[in-house]
Design a binder for this molecule. Structure first.
Ligand SMILES: [Zn+2]
Ligand SMILES: [Zn+2]
Ligand SMILES: [Zn+2]
Length: 258
């Protein structure tokens, strides 16, 4: 199984519009972070994790010609507002894109993307819209998606709950503030873990700081932990220099074998 990081930035994206900080003006390509997205691949099957605003650019860069299903972690704008870009897949395959999300996120998607999910709304003859089918998943209830055995793992994110997941030896958590005991237990034994981390020092009300993510990584004990969803307040070079062994900063385009 292969994991590709499509976007590893926080909600503003990096560079941040109008910012001249060291990370936003860095010449290191790993300091350019698009909004959050990832791709899990095995034997030609692909599960897309979130549809950020830069989805089209990310899928073109990854040379992706098909996606079998989408997993939404939650319904914040930086994770869903690129959904229209999957229109190309339903048009090519002439079948519905399979979309999976929590009960809370399912309700928001139906409301925010009524033109996609309201089956009464049909495109004019000669035009198209994304065709998709929405399935609600529930915490800790395993579900088969595109041939992957997926275990939905809830984590708190302010007023929202985010659904990370485990697929075999991969644990994937973004936009979390802590790992609830049952989620931590379910992550035990993963070899590759992904955790969100915003910046060093100051705690944030809804996201792990780097220090909190490192502590969570230690609690899980994976061989390798990759950080994603990072702010412009930390550069790739600074992260690399300060992270302990076994914890790495991901970057857009990084591919990891699981
Ligand atoms: Zn986010
Ligand atoms: Zn900046
Ligand atoms: Zn969020």
């Amino acid at each position: 199984m292969k994991l590709r990081f499509l976007g590893t930035g926080t909600s503003f994206g990096i560079p941040v519009i109008g910012c001249d900080c060291g990370t936003c003006t860095s010449s290191d390509p790993r300091d350019r972070r698009m909004r959050h997205g990832a791709l899990v691949e095995e034997d030609g099957r692909r599960l897309l994790v979130d549809t950020p605003p830069e989805l089209r650019l990310q899928l073109v860069a990854a040379r992706v010609s098909s996606v079998d299903a989408i997993w939404f972690t939650h319904c914040h704008a930086d994770h869903i507002h690129g959904l229209d870009d999957v229109r190309v897949f339903s048009e090519h395959s002439r079948c519905d894109m399979q979309v999976y999300a929590s009960p809370e996120c399912t309700a928001t998607l139906r409301e925010r993307f009524a033109y996609i999910f309201d089956t009464r709304i049909r495109p004019l003859a000669g035009t198209s819209k994304p065709e998709a089918r929405l399935t609600t998943v529930h915490e800790y209830q395993p579900v088969q998606i595109a041939g992957f055995d997926v275990l939905p793992l809830p984590v708190p994110h302010g007023l929202m709950e985010v659904y990370g997941f485990r697929i075999g030896a991969l644990g994937y958590i973004t936009d979390g503030k802590s790992l609830p005991p049952r989620t931590l237990e379910a992550l035990r034994g993963v070899r590759v873990l992904v955790l969100n981390a915003l910046w060093f020092g100051r705690p944030h009300p809804t996201h792990f700081s780097v220090e909190e993510a490192v502590e969570a990584a230690r609690a899980v004990g994976a061989e390798r932990t990759y950080l994603t969803h990072m702010s412009h307040r930390v550069s790739h070079a600074e992260l690399n220099a300060r992270l302990p062994e076994g914890v790495y900063a991901a970057y857009d385009g990084l591919e990891v074998e699981v």
